[in-house]
Design a protein around this ligand. Structure first.
Ligand SMILES: Nc1nc2c(ncn2[C@@H]2O[C@H](COP(=O)(O)OP(=O)(O)OP(=O)(O)O)[C@@H](O)[C@H]2O)c(=O)[nH]1
Ligand SMILES: [Mg+2]
Length: 461
């Protein structure tokens, strides 16, 4: 795959120094892998290996020290440029995975003119040489980090270029639209036809539908990768820890009838049909009675502030129900909240979900487990999770942001077009939308952001 000629990141297209890194995990292992990439590789092959390996064939040989003795014996794989992962000459050594032997091989490569690779530098070179785009490189990192098999499958799809291909398809739809609009600018006599005709409406509808379907797949992928952070909050004794225990299926939190039992923030990871959820139990919110509780409540508020979703637990038997709205109003604005009315086993109410505004209320019993399935289904629904097998593409927040920005630009611009017929503005907004999409693949990504993305990868990748 080739990169478009116009790039904004200004990184050099060719990097010639030769880098080395241990690509396998640190520590002892049956096999340890060392990767070398760059222009010096042919010379290193000639000096380091007892016998020269044929290109792209596993070759058993000795890896030599400077005095000609063997440092190790193993497989050498030589990939001459450009048919390699980075697009440069690559030598991969599969030796014995001991700390000392791996270290000796790296030192030998350094002595032969290599330098140590920075984190993600192999992937960065692959990107610079047009071997893959940034979204694909990120998908490799996501595959390595995948915590569930659903997340891994989504990462493989993106790594193979499915996400990038769909982004490029969307870009080409925008290009067609631009060509169409620019033709209307050049031939103003036909402008009326252009605006009133159904062709524009049809094209726009196609663009918006494509935006929606990519966003949906990407959102699933981001969810699978990052999960949903759900904070359980509420007054002391409302049953927060009991609820956590129920959702986790284990007695992880201490439950007593003493108000103020929980002080530390408790984190538990659960999966709802493949959707990773970080559940956080917190100290009950009230005026603290001592310094320890005060700190617990402060931490609880920090967690609430950072939550994707808050489950606010309320004791169904609480005598001061009129105070509830004021309590809810104290929660930070912008954080979505669902009210859980707990302990319905005491009031005799039925488990149910009430989707009325301003917030959904679910009636549950942490003791009996009634209504917990409603809570789980509700969380999956608000997360927009449609199931592990729904064709998710591994994606990151920055991808979703770029998609949303591009989508908003086209939407807003189409609106103005209808009211004031400013074709030039419309064409310019389409160009900006294409640029936003180009940030996903790295076509238009600042050098700083690229550095940040690749710098978060592991060494040897
Ligand atoms: N009957 C009944 N009792 C419950 C239910 N949920 C919790 N409780 C009881 O309520 C008391 C407080 O429960 P916790 O889960 O510790 O409450 P909490 O909200 O974590 O309290 P703090 O940690 O002090 O903030 C315990 O005695 C629980 O057994 C429920 O659904 N029904
Ligand atoms: Mg508790």
């Amino acid at each position: 795959m080739s990169l478009p000629a116009e790039t904004s990141h200004g990184l050099p297209g060719r990097v010639s120094d030769t880098i080395v890194a241990i690509a396998s995990p640190m520590g002892r292992g049956a096999v340890g892998v060392i990767r070398v990439s760059g222009s010096e590789v042919p010379r290193i092959v000639a000096t380091l290996l007892a016998t020269p390996p044929p290109p792209r064939v596993a070759h058993l040989t000795r890896f030599l020290a400077d005095d000609g003795t063997a440092l190790d014996q193993g497989l050498a794989l030589y990939f001459p440029a450009p048919a390699s992962f980075t697009g440069e000459h690559i030598l991969e050594l599969q030796g014995h995975g001991g700390v000392v032997v791996m270290d000796a091989l790296v030192r030998r490569c350094l002595a032969l003119g290599c330098r140590l690779a920075r984190p993600g530098e192999f992937s960065e070179r692959a990107f610079l040489n047009g071997k893959m785009d940034v979204a694909q490189a990120e998908a490799i990192a996501d595959l390595i980090d995948a915590g569930t098999s659903a997340a891994a499958r989504a990462a493989v799809r993106s790594m193979q270029g499915e996400f990038s291909a769909r982004i490029r398809h969307l870009q080409s739809l925008l290009t067609e639209l631009r060509v169409y609009v620019e033709a209307a600018i050049d031939f103003p006599d036909e402008e009326i036809d252009f605006l009133s005709g159904s062709a524009l409406t049809r094209r726009l509808a196609q663009v918006f539908a494509t935006f929606d379907s990519i966003s949906a797949s990407a959102r699933q992928g981001a969810l699978l990768r990052e999960g949903l952070t759900v904070v359980i909050a509420g007054r002391p004794n409302a049953g927060k820890s009991s609820l956590l225990n129920r959702l986790v299926g284990d007695e992880v939190a201490i439950v007593t009838d003493v108000p103020g039992t929980t002080r530390d923030v408790l984190r538990q990871h659960v999966q709802l049909d493949g959707l990773p959820v970080n559940l956080i139990d917190t100290a009950g919110l009230r005026t603290a009675v001592d310094r320890v509780e005060e700190e617990g409540i402060r931490r609880a508020r920090v967690e609430i502030q950072n939550a994707d979703w808050v489950l606010y637990v309320w004791d169904a038997g609480a005598a001061d129900a009129p105070l509830l709205p004021a309590e809810l109003a104290e929660l930070p604005p912008g954080v979505p909240v669902t009210l859980l009315v707990n302990k319905i086993d005491l009031t005799g109410a039925a488990a149910r979900i009430d989707d009325a505004s301003p917030m959904t209320t679910i009636y549950v019993s942490a003791s009996s487990g009634d209504g917990l399935d409603l809570v789980k289904a509700h969380l999956k629904r608000v997360a927009g999770y449609v199931g592990a097998e729904a064709g998710a593409l591994s994606a990151r927040r920055r991808h979703l942001d770029a998609l949303d920005r591009a989508n908003a630009l086209v939407h807003a611009s189409a609106e103005t077009l209808r009211s004031n017929r400013a074709l030039e503005l419309f064409a310019e907004d389409l160009r900006l939308a294409q640029r936003a999409l180009g940030e996903i693949t790295g076509e238009f990504t600042s050098e700083d952001l690229l550095g940040e993305i690749f710098g978060s990868f592991c060494i040897g990748k």
